[in-house]
Design a protein around this ligand. Structure first.
Ligand SMILES: Nc1ncnc2c1ncn2[C@@H]1O[C@H](COP(=O)(O)OP(=O)(O)OP(=O)(O)O)[C@@H](O)[C@H]1O
Ligand SMILES: [Mg+2]
Length: 310
């Protein structure tokens, strides 16, 4: 396939409002172990732009059985940014975020078509190990889901399963510090994780995701079960983590998207035809968060963020 041709096709998409921030501010991307060697020494701009992009999603659709849940989505996710997915219930946000670490593979009826490149490697290629994908691209869910084990065991589970040659005590401390939880739990690491508050449990789940050294963290409504103070903690934490990680967050909270994200993608649910009530999600637009919230391209985005729809 001609890489450049398909690049041009996707970047000319009317929904892509990529403003092209200076790529030189970012560290070079780490390439996945399964990645084929890609062309080096190509034109400077192109090479840097590619390094700045973690995911390049091209024309992705997801069906459950024969029912479409999400159709023809193309967008790019930039390194060390927070990208928010917003849109009304049922428009396919959770379905879509699961595509990024292949957790849709675990749903027998789900079928993903199109292409998602992760550092220029097809994430769904046969030779790609889905377990390794989920190590590099971690996930945090709506409801905190610590294992019914001690705080310490929650954090050493991933490194042990992945046979990582690391000092476990160090991993526990580092991940808890990064998740801004160390001071609260350092004297009770042997206590059951369920003894923590909901907000602490969610930070523990974020810490657990960090223990296996991921590059990307996917968060599907990570604050929806939390009170405003615990939510503020997680939002502060996200801004800290953004320095080292690429984050995608699904949120129903417009203020949260506006507060934490660099870029926002707005999805909507369309009715398939007048004759049936089947709905499927579609990307309306993606752009810098400040633009999406102050001056969106599409009237549907404006209606949604101003609360007139959805
Ligand atoms: N496991 C599944 N099996 C069958 N259909 C599913 C499955 N998960 C989601 N769907 C369908 O796919 C569509 C999109 O659902 P999804 O959960 O992705 O939406 P969402 O935007 O995350 O909604 P919400 O904001 O309520 O969380 C819906 O029509 C839903 O019924
Ligand atoms: Mg959802």
């Amino acid at each position: 396939m001609d890489q450049r041709m398909s690049e041009q096709q996707t970047t000319s998409s009317p929904v892509d409002r990529d403003t092209g921030k200076a790529a030189t501010q970012r560290a070079p991307s780490s390439r996945p172990a399964w990645s084929k060697d890609t062309e080096s020494g190509s034109a400077g701009d192109q090479a840097t732009a590619a390094g700045d992009i973690v995911f390049d999603v091209r024309d992705v659709s997801v069906h459950y059985g024969s029912a479409p849940a999400l159709v023809n989505v193309s967008l790019k996710i930039r390194q060390r940014e927070i990208t928010a997915f917003i849109g009304p219930s049922g428009c396919g946000k959770s379905t879509f975020i699961r595509c990024f670490n292949r957790t849709n593979d675990l749903i027998p009826t789900a079928k993903v078509s199109g292409r998602i490149n992760y550092h220029e490697q097809d994430l769904y290629a046969k030779e790609v190990d889905a377990v390794e994908v989920r190590r590099r691209i971690g996930m945090v869910f709506q409801k905190p889901n610590p294992f019914p084990k001690s705080i310490y065991d929650n954090l050493t589970f991933g490194p042990k399963v992945n046979r990582m040659k690391v000092n476990l005590d160090e991993v526990v401390e580092t991940s808890l510090r990064r998740a801004a939880l160390w001071d609260e739990v350092k004297n009770k690491l042997k206590q059951n994780a369920y003894s923590l508050s909901g907000g602490q449990q969610q930070r523990l789940c974020i810490a657990r995701a960090l223990t296996v050294d991921p590059e990307v963290i996917l968060m599907d409504e990570p604050c929806s079960a939390l009170d405003p103070i615990a939510t503020a903690h997680i939002e502060d934490l996200m801004r800290e983590l953004e320095r080292d990680y690429t984050i995608i967050i699904v949120t129903h909270n417009m203020q949260q998207a506006a507060r934490v994200s660099d870029r926002t993608a707005f999805f909507t649910a369309e009715v398939e035809s007048e004759n049936n009530d089947r709905r499927f999600g579609r990307l309306v637009e993606i752009g810098d968060t400040s633009m999406i919230f102050s001056n969106p391209n599409d009237k549907r985005t404006e209606d949604y963020i101003s609360g007139r729809f959805g």
